[in-house]
Write a new protein. Sequence first.
Length: 365
Amino acid sequence: MHKIIMIGCGVVGQGFLQILNDTAEHLRTKYDFEAKLVAVSDKMKGSIMAEEGIDIPTFLAHLEAGKPIGEFQAPGAITGLGPIETIKQSSGDMVVEVSFTDLKTGEPATSYLKAALKAGKHVATTNKGPPANFFGELQDVACQNNAILKYEGVVMSGTPIFNLLDNCLAGNDVQEIKGILNGTTNFILTKMENDGMSYTDALKLAQELGYAEADPTADVEGFDALAKVIILGNIVMGANLTMDSVPREGISNISSQDIKGAATNGLRYKLIGSVKKVNGKVEAYVKPVKLPLSDPLAGVAGAMNALTFSTDLSGDVTIQGPGAGKIETGFAILIDLLAIHKESDCCKDDGTQGSNSQNGSCCCN
Ligand code: HSE
């Protein structure tokens, strides 16, 4: 029985808890995966630690009613601990980190991840801030402590691109990764082109539908897509890209006229993020690009994301799917926890690999 500590308790965290509760029986019978929630700590909403377990449906109803986490009733509950104290004091073996994202500093999430990994706890995160800024460092801490760090949801939420690369496309040399990495901007561009909506109205609708970040500047000016480009470049291509080193342009200067003009020439605007190996270096950008309609990325509409992997052996492989959403991103956490469950004998105490070790994620010597 795994014991889960959840750090952050917003939309994604609640989506994950919903999935964990609704699929419990399926997870037990099909994957031999059993888990209970033993602690939740959210900087704004409060915290609870209850080693006997927190009943998920009642807890979700409590949150739905807008009540503070610390007022939830559970046997033996300890309340009032901050995220790091919770991680250190709880006996939980898996930390689900879904706290708020700061793309510039990666904090405080990076400190939460380090505390968890240093305590030898496995981690699943959907937070872009830490891997965009400190991926190598975090991976080292994980390895030093025989812990597993998983992050499938940081790019394209529950659409599994890291698993695709690590497993199905393994053996290929990936020369370029290019695509639509932000749902909000793709939704806005689609609404402007298909429904003749203004930029402002389309952005407002994207906010109402919950696609946009708390500050939508991160979406429309390309920072969110940039963070994902950096994560891809650094993790997949071993680059050293930073938020300041990659050229970035958003969509706020694209007018309805520009979109119409492109359409008359058989072209369609998309906000494209790309990382490409060029003469031993990795080049990257985020910018609006006019794509021919024959490009698979041109057909990706609404809040969908898509990535084309240009590989030496498989040619171009394109994957399309959701890049945001409560359940979709909550599902990314489930992908990671099931992988951790499968691999958790990966790093044995003596540093050798266990029978379930998989490529890319085992950190043994
Ligand atoms: N605001 C982001 C988007 C959410 O629109 O894609 C997922 O990172």
